[in-house]
Design a protein around this ligand. Structure first.
Ligand code: ATP
Length: 476
């Protein structure tokens, strides 16, 4: 698949625009157009529905407790000191001093880049390249709070949504009375001042994440790590990502963060790269984050296992309250939970969905472009078309459209030849076209055209809503 064709289609049909395009754009920022906003909403809604509201049953067939939060983009800067971002959230950067280049590159990704000199090569490959020594560059966007621009007013736009979850862990525990194990989820914007934003929306400076922090007992953490890794891989397949393009890759001990017990990157074979690229990281973070926040905030973030204590044999304490209190304060009753973090990018997955969907074929001797979205991802679920604009067809079509619109994003189109209308919907990735024709007025049936096969069948007009419902039901 040719990335340039996809980018052109996305602009032409209103999936993705360059941010501030009429001013020449701004590197690393993107806007979603009318079709794109629906697609990305579907990505986020499918994730929320399948992971938060109705996650798959656990490894022992148990219900999974999940709740959500929606935290501020700007947090107390101490959060980022505790999390390690102020000191360590950086990439190595090199500059090229050569006239005509003056490029700035990520030192650890030089091989996959091209420099501005023609013919383009990887930075450092021309004899005249003059690369500086790598310097560390912190990726957090800085801002100031209030009127004074002094160091005490410095704040950061969050570089990930995860920390909002960690610092609210106790609030959630106290306000919901959840017991371990349970997860807290968040979807929202994150900002990183990437040195080389590139590959369309893949590496942007503003993007959205879909993150879960799943808190569990340390002894059960490996089981939950495996559960979430498998659930997340399956989710991508269920939404139409072909398995040969999806590569889960267990990180080596050298690659992993020092506190992590296991990390799997779920990678996708994007057309712009020879190597699969990360869509999501599923990390076993042990008790690192809660321990850090406990240390920096001075607040107790440990967990007391009431059920275990209730069941415990208390005879060794002989009714001595002091001994009991001491016993309650330590293992196995009180501990810092371990955390499994599936951290996905909404924009990266949206891009993968677009890449996966793009297809060209020939129908009746005519070439067409068709976006083969999974129905749950499709921005428009069905188009309602009167065959011609007379004989009562528009009225009947419009009534069906009004009815379906209450539950689904459907589109009414009565302009131009029906074949052209089908083609436009194929490009938008609409799974169904429902046509009201002469026969519809006689016997109350409509034709329903399948986007991928272009085959048409007749069904009663009253059955259209049911067809849509079946099509859009999540896989179990
Ligand atoms: P990379 O190595 O690609 O920079 P990362 O390992 O730093 O990514 P994480 O910090 O694990 O990424 O972030 C979790 C997810 O957030 C990633 O898997 C990705 O989907 C998304 N993400 C991270 N950075 C960006 C970005 N610059 N643009 C778009 N999505 C991003």
């Amino acid at each position: 698949m040719d990335m340039e064709k996809l980018v052109a289609l996305c602009r032409r049909r209103g999936f993705i625009f360059q941010s501030s395009e009429i001013y020449g754009g701004i590197n690393g920022f993107w806007d979603y157009g009318p079709l794109g906003v629906e697609l990305k909403k579907n990505v986020k809604e499918a994730w929320w529905q399948d992971m938060v509201r109705n996650p798959p049953l656990g490894p022992d067939g148990q219900e999974i407790n999940m709740v959500g939060v929606d935290c501020a983009l700007v947090m107390n800067p101490k959060v980022w000191e505790a999390s390690g971002h102020v000191a360590g959230f950086s990439d190595p950067m090199v500059d090229c001093k050569t006239d005509g280049c003056k490029g700035r590159f990520r030192a650890d990704q030089l091989a996959g880049m091209t420099c501005p000199l023609k013919p383009s090569k990887a930075p450092g490959q021309f004899e005249k390249c003059q690369l500086t020594q790598p310097r560390v560059f912190n990726l957090m966007f800085k801002t100031f709070i209030g009127a004074l621009e002094d160091p005490s007013a410095i704040a950061y736009l969050r570089p990930e949504t995860a920390q909002g979850i960690f610092v609210n862990y106790k609030n959630v525990l106290d306000s919901t009375r959840l017991k371990l194990p349970f997860g807290i989820a968040q979807v929202g914007k994150a900002f990183r001042n990437e040195i080389n934003p590139r590959n369309y929306t893949f590496r942007s400076r503003e993007f959205e994440q879909m993150e879960i922090e799943f808190f569990c007992h340390p002894d059960e953490s490996m089981k939950w790590y495996e559960y979430w890794r498998d659930v997340r891989i399956r989710w991508y397949s269920q939404l139409g990502i072909r398995s040969e393009r999806l590569r889960p890759r267990e990180q080596t001990a050298e690659e992993r963060a020092f506190y992590s017990i296991g990390t799997t990157d779920i990678e996708y074979m994007f057309p712009f790269s020879e190597e699969p690229q990360e869509l999501e990281g599923v990390a076993h973070r042990a008790s690192y984050d809660l321990t850090q926040h406990q240390k920096h905030s001075g607040k107790d973030l440990s967990y007391f296992d009431e059920e275990l204590w209730a069941k415990a044999d208390k005879s060794p304490y002989g009714g001595d309250k002091k001994k009991e209190t001491e016993a309650k304060a330590g293992l196995p009753y009180r501990f810092t939970p371990h955390v499994i973090e599936p951290s996905a990018g909404a924009d990266r997955f949206t891009l993968a969905v677009l890449c996966e969907a793009y297809a060209e074929d020939t129908i009746g001797g005519e070439a067409r472009v068709v976006m083969r979205f999974h129905p749950r991802m499709a921005p428009i679920k069905a188009a309602i078309l009167p065959l011609v604009n007379k004989e009562g067809m528009p009225e009947k079509a419009f009534a069906l459209y009004r009815e379906l619109k209450q539950d689904y994003n459907v589109f009414y189109d009565d302009k131009g030849a029906v074949g052209r209308r089908y083609r436009r919907q194929d490009e938008a990735g609409t799974p169904f076209c429902v046509t009201i024709d002469g026969q519809s007025l006689q016997d109350g049936t409509v034709t329903i055209r399948d986007r991928d096969t272009t085959e048409q069948r007749r069904i009663p007009i009253g059955g259209v809503a049911d067809e849509l419902r079946k099509l859009l039901r999540p896989a179990q």
